[in-house]
Design a protein around this ligand. Structure first.
Ligand code: TXA
Ligand code: MG
Length: 339
């Protein structure tokens, strides 16, 4: 298929909405990453998302709505805590999981009886969903397993010829995907950390649990609360290795291990003296900058043809937990502890 390239003007958003109404797939910007949308009510439309991405059928999609009132027909049992989170952090980078009603086909949820719903803050995303007049299922707009796209060019790299259209709305401000919180149990449970931090969730509703799989490898044969967590993820072609230590110990390690094809991804201001080609992703203490830049840096590692990429390990405070969670998976959990 020939992919149509659209801008975010009203005329082009109307064209994008028309394609979605016809059951086609359209990539569009959100404040987190680009999403690949399709009509969430249509099994045939949603099947096109799975096909375009090469996504396993059991990995459920997030359904995007344009205003909070649109939630109710889609789900059952919205708890008091869920209402507080919606009032506090919607629109924004927060996805909540509820019991699914019959409005949305089971295929959207990968066969689960729950449904993940998000109200994005990005004006282009909201306007597009509003124009459609129906909920839009949208995973990140990358080929399954590769880093999430934070610019329209990343989407084109992965999905040109595989989707009906790509709407260019500039780069994504948050840079990592939304926080996913399961609201179906007694206590809200974070399945994927993101732009709304664990600290922010606790501030709004008190007790919040963080699923073990956020920072640990799932035990062999264990069932993933979030099916997406069990797949190799966010990985460039290079072997990614996380180095946990200060600037000097990271540099020492890289000097001792550098070979042909080695690259480094370190913090701004810590690149001096590294004997390999180096990219940076924000200052050591600036988790928001790291989130915004991490996926583009992993893609750049591929563009530059690195075979090994040593990455300075971020802190797990605030949105840093989301950056760490993505990098751990990109590194297939390979972390080297330095002094
Ligand atoms: O920021 C975002 O959330 C972006 C933008 C486009 O909105 N979307 C996104 O979707 O990251 P995706 O499909 O790449 O990631 C969705 C994650 C997966 O890990 C999936 O397994 C999990 O959410 N998920 C979705 N529905 C779920 C459910 N019902 N139960 C448990 N996990 C669910
Ligand atoms: Mg994804």
């Amino acid at each position: 298929m020939t992919t149509v390239y659209l801008s975010d003007t009203p005329q082009d958003l109307e064209k994008a909405a028309a394609l979605l109404r016809q059951g086609e797939t359209v990539a569009f910007p959100t404040e987190t990453v680009y999403g690949l949308g399709a009509d969430a009510r249509s099994e045939a439309a949603v099947a096109r998302i799975f096909a375009a991405k090469g996504r396993p059928q059991d990995n459920p999609l997030i359904v995007h709505i344009a205003c909070a009132e649109d939630l109710l027909p889609l789900v059952k049992n919205v708890s008091a805590a869920a209402r507080v989170l919606m009032e506090t952090y919607w629109p924004g980078p927060l996805t909540l999981i509820f019991e699914r009603s019959d409005v949305i086909p089971a295929a959207v949820s990968g066969g689960l009886d729950t449904l993940a719903v998000r109200l994005p803050a990005h004006p282009v995303a909201r306007e597009l969903i509003r124009l459609c007049g129906f909920p839009v299922a949208a995973p990140s707009a990358n080929r399954s397993g590769s880093p999430s796209p934070t610019a329209a060019a990343h989407v084109a790299q992965d999905l040109d010829g595989r989707v009906a259209a790509i709407v260019d709305g500039g780069t994504c401000g948050v840079g990592v995907e939304s926080t996913v919180v399961d609201m179906t149990g007694e206590v809200p449970r974070v399945l994927r950390p993101g732009g709304v931090t664990v600290e922010m969730l606790r501030e709004a509703v008190g007790e919040v649990e963080v699923d073990d799989a956020v920072v640990h490898r799932l035990a062999e044969g264990a069932k993933a609360a979030s099916p997406g967590m069990k797949y190799k993820h966010y990985a460039p072609r290079a072997r990614v290795v996380l180095l946990r230590g200060d600037a000097a110990s990271c540099a020492d390690y890289i000097r001792a291990h550098a070979e042909e094809g080695t690259g480094a991804l370190c913090f701004d201001g810590e690149e001096q003296g590294l004997p390999v080609p180096t990219m940076t992703y924000g200052r050591r203490e600036d988790a928001a900058a790291q989130a915004e830049r991490v996926f583009a840096a992993l893609r750049e590692a591929d563009d530059r043809g690195f075979s090994v990429l040593y990455v300075s390990c971020p802190s797990t405070d605030g949105v840093g937990l989301a950056v760490y969670n993505r990098l751990l998976r990109a590194a297939a959990f390979e972390v080297i502890e330095l002094a």
